[in-house]
Write a protein that binds this ligand. Sequence first.
Ligand code: GDD
Length: 248
Amino acid sequence: MHDSDSIVIIPTYNEKENIEKIIRAVFSLDKCFHILVIDDGSPDGTADIVKRLMSEEFSGRLFILERKGKLGLGTAYITGFRWALEHEYEYIFEMDADFSHDPNDLPRLYSACHDEGYDVAIGSRYVSGVNVVNWPIGRVLMSYFASKYVRMVTGFKVNDTTAGFKCYRRRVLETIELDKIRFKGYAFQIEMKFTAYKIGFKIKEVPVIFVNRREGVSKMSGGIFSEAFFGVMRLRWDGWTRKYPCPA
Ligand SMILES: Nc1nc2c(ncn2[C@@H]2O[C@H](COP(=O)(O)OP(=O)(O)O[C@H]3O[C@H](CO)[C@@H](O)[C@H](O)[C@@H]3O)[C@@H](O)[C@H]2O)c(=O)[nH]1
């Protein structure tokens, strides 16, 4: 058995400026979390930093899976979810490496699932107003209206549908058929939430402030936007036609 029921999955691609700091920030919290980094062969040596920390200080709490090339955020998380289920964690988190998600919010996401009994806790920027700091106005508007668009097309009543800061109970990831999740970018985030909602899991939005990265650059590409735009229509179609599994 582990000394923690919780694992934070952090996907990385070229995050050498952030990775050590974010790992230390998570390990300095009062609650004990474990961390799994999924690195896609970052040319800047992100994985080497993680492996040094694993061997020097954080053995048994910090783990890494290395993939050969940049295969996308969605498949990185799916790989991490399978690993976390296999290693029997109960609370499985998604978090970016770049401090746009504040590690100090992890305990509040945990509490929503552990103490309040929700199946999914979403670190949400749009519970009341728009809680985003230092994002270019174009990105704020795009993200905000993307969530409105998803609501309009699918009827899914979550304010922050593209949010990538989350806690799942393991039963959610056991029930969602992970091999049927097909999107990689923002649409991956929408698809995971929408599928959990269609299955009937209880979802809570926990208000957080999203702060744009100070170090490194965003890795999302143009294709990810069109994937999201058309992907939402596919999800609406699925909602009408697909037979979703029953909750575990
Ligand atoms: N392993 C792996 N990691 C990746 C990849 N692409 C991005 N990452 C990692 O995923 C995290 C988020 O990447 P960013 O490039 O900073 O994403 P973003 O555009 O700011 O998107 C964030 O906000 C969106 C909502 O506004 C979210 O939908 C998205 O999931 C993410 O949290 C970072 O830790 C980054 O290194 C990839 O192909 N492979």
